[in-house]
Design a protein around this ligand. Structure first.
Ligand SMILES: *Cc1c(COP(=O)(O)O)cnc(C)c1O
Length: 384
Protein backbone atom coordinates (compact mmCIF):
# COMPACT_ATOMS: atom_id res chain seq x y z
CA UNK A 1 0.00 0.00 0.00
CA UNK A 2 2.16 2.90 1.18
CA UNK A 3 5.67 3.35 -0.13
CA UNK A 4 7.12 2.61 3.30
CA UNK A 5 5.61 -0.88 3.35
CA UNK A 6 6.77 -1.89 -0.11
CA UNK A 7 10.35 -0.62 0.19
CA UNK A 8 12.71 -3.47 0.87
CA UNK A 9 15.70 -3.34 3.18
CA UNK A 10 16.62 -0.66 5.66
CA UNK A 11 14.07 1.54 7.35
CA UNK A 12 11.04 -0.73 7.31
CA UNK A 13 8.52 1.26 9.27
CA UNK A 14 4.89 2.14 8.76
CA UNK A 15 3.43 5.63 8.88
CA UNK A 16 1.55 4.82 12.08
CA UNK A 17 4.86 4.11 13.84
CA UNK A 18 6.32 7.50 12.95
CA UNK A 19 5.98 10.49 15.28
CA UNK A 20 3.72 12.32 12.84
CA UNK A 21 2.18 15.62 13.95
CA UNK A 22 -1.14 14.59 15.56
CA UNK A 23 -3.24 16.73 13.25
CA UNK A 24 -1.79 14.87 10.26
CA UNK A 25 -2.66 11.38 11.52
CA UNK A 26 -5.21 9.77 9.19
CA UNK A 27 -4.87 12.53 6.60
CA UNK A 28 -4.68 11.64 2.91
CA UNK A 29 -2.45 13.46 0.41
CA UNK A 30 -4.14 15.63 -2.29
CA UNK A 31 -5.80 13.01 -4.35
CA UNK A 32 -7.17 13.81 -7.78
CA UNK A 33 -6.53 10.38 -9.33
CA UNK A 34 -3.81 10.40 -12.01
CA UNK A 35 -5.05 7.54 -14.19
CA UNK A 36 -3.94 6.56 -17.66
CA UNK A 37 -7.29 6.81 -19.46
CA UNK A 38 -8.14 8.10 -22.94
CA UNK A 39 -10.19 11.11 -21.82
CA UNK A 40 -8.91 13.13 -18.83
CA UNK A 41 -11.39 15.84 -17.86
CA UNK A 42 -10.65 15.87 -14.14
CA UNK A 43 -8.13 18.59 -13.23
CA UNK A 44 -9.11 21.53 -15.46
CA UNK A 45 -5.97 21.50 -17.57
CA UNK A 46 -5.79 23.17 -20.96
CA UNK A 47 -5.84 20.10 -23.24
CA UNK A 48 -3.83 21.77 -26.02
CA UNK A 49 -0.06 21.14 -25.93
CA UNK A 50 2.29 23.89 -27.10
CA UNK A 51 3.26 24.04 -30.78
CA UNK A 52 6.55 22.64 -32.07
CA UNK A 53 7.89 26.21 -32.39
CA UNK A 54 7.17 27.03 -28.72
CA UNK A 55 8.56 23.67 -27.62
CA UNK A 56 11.77 24.38 -29.55
CA UNK A 57 12.10 27.77 -27.83
CA UNK A 58 11.52 26.12 -24.44
CA UNK A 59 14.16 23.50 -25.20
CA UNK A 60 16.65 26.21 -26.22
CA UNK A 61 15.93 28.11 -23.00
CA UNK A 62 16.53 24.97 -20.96
CA UNK A 63 19.80 24.32 -22.81
CA UNK A 64 20.90 27.85 -22.07
CA UNK A 65 19.89 27.67 -18.39
CA UNK A 66 21.68 24.33 -18.10
CA UNK A 67 24.91 26.12 -19.00
CA UNK A 68 24.77 27.83 -15.60
CA UNK A 69 23.00 25.12 -13.61
CA UNK A 70 26.03 24.85 -11.28
CA UNK A 71 24.97 28.28 -9.96
CA UNK A 72 21.91 29.10 -7.89
CA UNK A 73 19.08 30.74 -9.84
CA UNK A 74 18.04 34.39 -9.57
CA UNK A 75 16.47 34.35 -6.11
CA UNK A 76 14.20 37.24 -7.02
CA UNK A 77 13.15 35.83 -10.42
CA UNK A 78 13.28 39.41 -11.67
CA UNK A 79 12.95 38.83 -15.40
CA UNK A 80 10.07 36.42 -14.90
CA UNK A 81 8.27 38.83 -12.58
CA UNK A 82 8.71 41.62 -15.14
CA UNK A 83 7.13 39.39 -17.79
CA UNK A 84 4.26 38.47 -15.46
CA UNK A 85 3.63 42.15 -14.70
CA UNK A 86 3.62 42.88 -18.42
CA UNK A 87 1.11 40.10 -19.00
CA UNK A 88 -1.26 41.37 -16.29
CA UNK A 89 -1.02 45.03 -17.31
CA UNK A 90 -3.06 47.29 -14.99
CA UNK A 91 0.05 49.45 -14.43
CA UNK A 92 1.77 46.69 -12.42
CA UNK A 93 5.54 46.24 -12.26
CA UNK A 94 7.83 43.46 -11.03
CA UNK A 95 7.70 44.96 -7.52
CA UNK A 96 3.99 44.08 -7.39
CA UNK A 97 4.49 40.46 -8.43
CA UNK A 98 5.50 37.35 -6.50
CA UNK A 99 5.97 33.97 -8.17
CA UNK A 100 6.35 30.41 -6.94
CA UNK A 101 5.94 26.76 -7.93
CA UNK A 102 2.23 26.90 -8.71
CA UNK A 103 -0.27 29.13 -6.98
CA UNK A 104 -0.45 26.43 -4.33
CA UNK A 105 3.01 27.53 -3.21
CA UNK A 106 2.04 31.19 -3.50
CA UNK A 107 -0.89 30.49 -1.15
CA UNK A 108 1.39 28.63 1.22
CA UNK A 109 3.69 31.66 1.34
CA UNK A 110 0.72 33.92 2.09
CA UNK A 111 -0.52 31.64 4.87
CA UNK A 112 2.97 31.30 6.32
CA UNK A 113 3.30 35.07 6.34
CA UNK A 114 -0.19 36.12 7.41
CA UNK A 115 -1.74 33.01 9.00
CA UNK A 116 -0.32 30.82 11.72
CA UNK A 117 -1.15 29.76 15.29
CA UNK A 118 -3.93 31.86 16.80
CA UNK A 119 -4.85 33.26 13.42
CA UNK A 120 -7.88 32.57 11.23
CA UNK A 121 -8.52 31.95 7.54
CA UNK A 122 -12.07 32.60 6.31
CA UNK A 123 -13.40 31.31 3.00
CA UNK A 124 -16.69 30.61 1.23
CA UNK A 125 -17.73 26.98 0.86
CA UNK A 126 -18.01 24.92 -1.21
CA UNK A 127 -14.64 25.95 -2.60
CA UNK A 128 -11.18 24.68 -3.53
CA UNK A 129 -10.30 21.51 -1.62
CA UNK A 130 -6.74 22.67 -0.94
CA UNK A 131 -7.76 25.68 1.19
CA UNK A 132 -8.28 23.69 4.42
CA UNK A 133 -4.95 21.99 3.78
CA UNK A 134 -3.05 25.29 3.53
CA UNK A 135 -4.66 26.22 6.84
CA UNK A 136 -3.83 22.90 8.49
CA UNK A 137 -0.22 22.97 7.31
CA UNK A 138 0.32 26.45 8.70
CA UNK A 139 -1.63 25.89 11.97
CA UNK A 140 -4.19 28.48 10.89
CA UNK A 141 -7.79 28.11 12.07
CA UNK A 142 -10.08 27.39 9.10
CA UNK A 143 -13.58 28.87 8.98
CA UNK A 144 -16.14 28.86 6.20
CA UNK A 145 -19.25 30.82 5.31
CA UNK A 146 -21.75 28.89 3.18
CA UNK A 147 -22.49 30.08 -0.32
CA UNK A 148 -26.10 30.50 -1.46
CA UNK A 149 -28.20 28.05 -3.44
CA UNK A 150 -26.63 29.33 -6.66
CA UNK A 151 -23.14 29.05 -5.05
CA UNK A 152 -22.83 32.86 -5.00
CA UNK A 153 -21.39 34.71 -2.01
CA UNK A 154 -24.04 36.77 -0.24
CA UNK A 155 -22.32 40.12 0.43
CA UNK A 156 -24.26 40.83 3.63
CA UNK A 157 -23.57 37.36 5.07
CA UNK A 158 -19.93 37.67 4.08
CA UNK A 159 -19.48 41.06 5.73
CA UNK A 160 -21.29 39.85 8.86
CA UNK A 161 -18.98 36.82 9.07
CA UNK A 162 -15.91 39.01 8.60
CA UNK A 163 -17.07 41.32 11.42
CA UNK A 164 -17.79 38.34 13.68
CA UNK A 165 -14.62 36.30 13.11
CA UNK A 166 -12.12 39.07 12.31
CA UNK A 167 -10.13 36.73 10.04
CA UNK A 168 -6.46 37.45 9.41
CA UNK A 169 -6.77 36.07 5.89
CA UNK A 170 -9.85 35.87 3.66
CA UNK A 171 -9.68 33.65 0.61
CA UNK A 172 -12.13 34.12 -2.28
CA UNK A 173 -11.87 31.84 -5.32
CA UNK A 174 -13.42 33.59 -8.32
CA UNK A 175 -14.39 32.02 -10.61
CA UNK A 176 -14.86 29.48 -7.83
CA UNK A 177 -13.67 25.89 -7.98
CA UNK A 178 -15.54 23.48 -8.15
CA UNK A 179 -18.63 25.50 -8.98
CA UNK A 180 -17.40 28.04 -11.61
CA UNK A 181 -19.21 30.89 -9.84
CA UNK A 182 -17.87 34.44 -10.26
CA UNK A 183 -17.89 36.97 -7.42
CA UNK A 184 -18.79 40.56 -8.38
CA UNK A 185 -16.17 43.23 -7.67
CA UNK A 186 -18.70 45.03 -5.47
CA UNK A 187 -18.81 41.99 -3.16
CA UNK A 188 -15.02 41.79 -3.04
CA UNK A 189 -14.81 45.51 -2.31
CA UNK A 190 -17.37 45.18 0.50
CA UNK A 191 -15.39 42.29 2.01
CA UNK A 192 -12.15 44.32 1.71
CA UNK A 193 -13.80 47.25 3.46
CA UNK A 194 -14.82 45.05 6.42
CA UNK A 195 -11.64 42.94 6.53
CA UNK A 196 -9.11 43.58 9.28
CA UNK A 197 -6.40 41.60 7.43
CA UNK A 198 -5.40 40.32 4.03
CA UNK A 199 -7.96 39.51 1.31
CA UNK A 200 -6.73 37.02 -1.27
CA UNK A 201 -8.69 36.66 -4.50
CA UNK A 202 -7.78 33.41 -6.24
CA UNK A 203 -8.28 34.06 -9.96
CA UNK A 204 -6.93 30.72 -11.19
CA UNK A 205 -9.64 30.63 -13.88
CA UNK A 206 -10.03 34.34 -14.64
CA UNK A 207 -8.98 34.04 -18.29
CA UNK A 208 -12.00 31.80 -18.89
CA UNK A 209 -14.53 34.26 -17.47
CA UNK A 210 -17.42 35.29 -19.69
CA UNK A 211 -16.99 38.71 -21.34
CA UNK A 212 -17.69 41.56 -18.94
CA UNK A 213 -16.44 39.71 -15.86
CA UNK A 214 -13.83 42.12 -14.49
CA UNK A 215 -10.69 41.06 -12.63
CA UNK A 216 -10.04 42.02 -9.02
CA UNK A 217 -6.81 43.53 -10.38
CA UNK A 218 -8.99 46.60 -10.95
CA UNK A 219 -9.38 46.98 -7.18
CA UNK A 220 -5.65 46.88 -6.35
CA UNK A 221 -5.10 50.67 -6.57
CA UNK A 222 -7.78 51.30 -3.94
CA UNK A 223 -7.35 48.21 -1.72
CA UNK A 224 -3.85 48.07 -0.19
CA UNK A 225 -4.38 44.72 1.59
CA UNK A 226 -5.83 42.97 -1.45
CA UNK A 227 -3.86 40.17 -3.11
CA UNK A 228 -4.82 38.73 -6.51
CA UNK A 229 -3.50 35.23 -7.15
CA UNK A 230 -3.10 33.76 -10.65
CA UNK A 231 -1.64 30.63 -12.16
CA UNK A 232 -0.17 29.52 -15.47
CA UNK A 233 -1.61 26.02 -14.87
CA UNK A 234 -5.03 26.47 -16.41
CA UNK A 235 -5.67 28.89 -19.31
CA UNK A 236 -1.95 29.30 -19.91
CA UNK A 237 -1.50 25.59 -20.71
CA UNK A 238 1.52 25.35 -18.38
CA UNK A 239 0.38 23.02 -15.58
CA UNK A 240 3.52 20.91 -15.92
CA UNK A 241 5.75 23.98 -15.65
CA UNK A 242 4.47 24.76 -12.13
CA UNK A 243 4.18 28.52 -12.06
CA UNK A 244 1.78 30.54 -9.94
CA UNK A 245 1.99 34.22 -9.05
CA UNK A 246 0.29 37.06 -7.26
CA UNK A 247 -0.18 40.78 -7.75
CA UNK A 248 -0.32 43.04 -4.70
CA UNK A 249 1.35 45.96 -2.96
CA UNK A 250 5.16 45.59 -2.88
CA UNK A 251 4.95 45.12 0.91
CA UNK A 252 3.00 41.87 0.41
CA UNK A 253 5.78 40.68 -1.90
CA UNK A 254 8.30 41.56 0.82
CA UNK A 255 6.31 39.44 3.30
CA UNK A 256 6.41 36.45 0.94
CA UNK A 257 10.15 36.91 0.52
CA UNK A 258 10.61 36.42 4.27
CA UNK A 259 9.01 32.96 4.33
CA UNK A 260 10.01 31.52 0.95
CA UNK A 261 12.73 28.91 0.91
CA UNK A 262 16.01 30.15 -0.60
CA UNK A 263 16.05 29.85 -4.40
CA UNK A 264 12.60 28.29 -4.40
CA UNK A 265 12.06 28.82 -8.13
CA UNK A 266 14.51 26.80 -10.20
CA UNK A 267 16.49 28.32 -13.08
CA UNK A 268 14.78 25.82 -15.40
CA UNK A 269 11.30 26.83 -14.26
CA UNK A 270 12.09 30.51 -14.63
CA UNK A 271 13.58 30.09 -18.09
CA UNK A 272 10.70 28.00 -19.47
CA UNK A 273 8.03 30.22 -17.90
CA UNK A 274 9.63 33.29 -19.50
CA UNK A 275 9.42 31.57 -22.90
CA UNK A 276 5.76 30.71 -22.28
CA UNK A 277 5.04 34.35 -21.40
CA UNK A 278 6.86 35.57 -24.51
CA UNK A 279 4.44 33.37 -26.45
CA UNK A 280 1.41 34.37 -24.38
CA UNK A 281 -0.82 34.88 -27.42
CA UNK A 282 -0.13 31.37 -28.62
CA UNK A 283 -0.31 29.74 -25.17
CA UNK A 284 -3.72 31.35 -24.67
CA UNK A 285 -4.92 30.80 -28.24
CA UNK A 286 -7.37 28.02 -27.31
CA UNK A 287 -9.00 29.86 -24.41
CA UNK A 288 -11.87 31.10 -26.61
CA UNK A 289 -12.47 27.56 -27.88
CA UNK A 290 -12.44 26.22 -24.30
CA UNK A 291 -14.93 28.90 -23.24
CA UNK A 292 -17.20 27.77 -26.06
CA UNK A 293 -16.75 24.13 -25.03
CA UNK A 294 -17.67 25.16 -21.47
CA UNK A 295 -20.80 27.01 -22.59
CA UNK A 296 -21.77 24.12 -24.84
CA UNK A 297 -21.39 21.50 -22.11
CA UNK A 298 -23.35 23.60 -19.58
CA UNK A 299 -26.22 23.89 -22.09
CA UNK A 300 -26.04 20.25 -23.08
CA UNK A 301 -26.07 19.01 -19.48
CA UNK A 302 -29.12 21.20 -18.80
CA UNK A 303 -30.78 19.72 -21.87
CA UNK A 304 -30.34 16.33 -20.20
CA UNK A 305 -32.42 17.62 -17.30
CA UNK A 306 -29.46 18.04 -14.97
CA UNK A 307 -28.84 20.94 -12.62
CA UNK A 308 -25.74 22.84 -13.75
CA UNK A 309 -24.10 25.79 -12.02
CA UNK A 310 -23.39 28.87 -14.15
CA UNK A 311 -19.68 28.70 -14.93
CA UNK A 312 -17.02 31.29 -15.68
CA UNK A 313 -14.27 28.68 -15.51
CA UNK A 314 -13.17 25.90 -17.88
CA UNK A 315 -15.43 23.30 -16.29
CA UNK A 316 -19.06 22.55 -15.56
CA UNK A 317 -20.44 21.47 -12.19
CA UNK A 318 -23.53 19.31 -12.46
CA UNK A 319 -25.82 17.00 -10.54
CA UNK A 320 -27.37 15.97 -8.47
CA UNK A 321 -27.01 12.23 -8.27
CA UNK A 322 -28.09 9.91 -5.49
CA UNK A 323 -24.77 8.08 -5.98
CA UNK A 324 -22.24 10.27 -7.73
CA UNK A 325 -19.44 7.77 -7.14
CA UNK A 326 -21.37 5.28 -9.27
CA UNK A 327 -21.74 7.80 -12.11
CA UNK A 328 -18.04 8.65 -11.78
CA UNK A 329 -17.11 4.94 -11.91
CA UNK A 330 -19.46 4.19 -14.82
CA UNK A 331 -17.84 7.01 -16.83
CA UNK A 332 -14.36 5.81 -15.90
CA UNK A 333 -15.28 2.34 -17.13
CA UNK A 334 -15.94 4.02 -20.50
CA UNK A 335 -12.52 5.72 -20.47
CA UNK A 336 -13.70 9.13 -19.25
CA UNK A 337 -12.18 10.53 -16.06
CA UNK A 338 -14.01 13.42 -14.37
CA UNK A 339 -14.02 14.61 -10.73
CA UNK A 340 -16.29 13.85 -7.80
CA UNK A 341 -15.64 16.82 -5.53
CA UNK A 342 -17.50 19.34 -3.40
CA UNK A 343 -21.02 18.85 -2.03
CA UNK A 344 -22.56 15.40 -2.24
CA UNK A 345 -24.32 14.54 -5.48
CA UNK A 346 -22.32 16.85 -7.73
CA UNK A 347 -19.72 16.09 -10.39
CA UNK A 348 -17.28 18.35 -12.22
CA UNK A 349 -16.16 17.95 -15.82
CA UNK A 350 -13.40 20.02 -17.44
CA UNK A 351 -13.81 21.60 -20.87
CA UNK A 352 -11.66 19.64 -23.30
CA UNK A 353 -11.11 19.22 -27.03
CA UNK A 354 -14.13 18.60 -29.31
CA UNK A 355 -13.23 14.88 -29.39
CA UNK A 356 -12.99 14.73 -25.60
CA UNK A 357 -16.35 16.47 -25.16
CA UNK A 358 -17.93 14.11 -27.66
CA UNK A 359 -16.56 11.11 -25.77
CA UNK A 360 -17.84 12.54 -22.48
CA UNK A 361 -21.33 13.18 -23.85
CA UNK A 362 -21.52 9.73 -25.40
CA UNK A 363 -20.42 8.05 -22.18
CA UNK A 364 -22.77 10.11 -20.03
CA UNK A 365 -25.72 9.30 -22.30
CA UNK A 366 -25.02 5.63 -21.68
CA UNK A 367 -24.71 6.14 -17.94
CA UNK A 368 -27.62 8.51 -17.25
CA UNK A 369 -30.56 6.11 -17.65
CA UNK A 370 -29.41 4.08 -14.64
CA UNK A 371 -28.31 7.11 -12.56
CA UNK A 372 -30.80 8.08 -9.88
CA UNK A 373 -31.28 11.86 -9.67
CA UNK A 374 -31.89 13.87 -6.54
CA UNK A 375 -34.51 16.60 -6.65
CA UNK A 376 -32.98 20.06 -6.86
CA UNK A 377 -33.20 21.40 -3.33
CA UNK A 378 -30.61 24.11 -3.77
CA UNK A 379 -26.94 23.82 -4.37
CA UNK A 380 -25.10 25.19 -1.38
CA UNK A 381 -27.34 24.10 1.46
CA UNK A 382 -25.45 21.11 2.77
CA UNK A 383 -22.30 23.22 3.16
CA UNK A 384 -23.80 25.68 5.62
C1 LIG B 1 -6.08 24.73 -10.16
C2 LIG B 1 -6.24 25.76 -9.11
C3 LIG B 1 -5.15 26.50 -8.67
C4 LIG B 1 -3.81 26.33 -9.34
O1 LIG B 1 -2.91 25.57 -8.71
P1 LIG B 1 -1.41 25.55 -9.24
O2 LIG B 1 -0.64 25.20 -8.00
O3 LIG B 1 -1.06 26.90 -9.76
O4 LIG B 1 -1.35 24.51 -10.30
C5 LIG B 1 -5.34 27.47 -7.71
N1 LIG B 1 -6.55 27.72 -7.21
C6 LIG B 1 -7.62 27.05 -7.62
C7 LIG B 1 -8.95 27.39 -7.06
C8 LIG B 1 -7.50 26.04 -8.57
O5 LIG B 1 -8.57 25.36 -8.96
Amino acid sequence: MSGAETTAGAGRISLSELPLRPELVGEEPYGAPQLDVPVCLNVNENPYAPSDAVRADMAAAVASAAGAVNRYPDREATLLREKLAGYLGHGLSAANIWAANGSNEVMTHLLQAFGGPGRTLLTFAPTYSMYPEYARNTHTEYRTVGRGDDFAIDPAAAVAAVREHRPDVILIATPNNPTGTPTPLATIAAICAAAPGIVVVDEAYQEFARPGTPSALELLPTQPRLVVSRTMSKAFAFAGGRLGYLAAAPAVVDACRIVRLPYHLSAITQAVAVVALEHADEMLAQVAALREARDDIVTWLRDQGLTVADSDANFAYFGRFADRQQVFADLLERGVLIRATGPDGWLRVSAGTPQEMKAFKQALLEVLPSAERVADTGAGKEQR
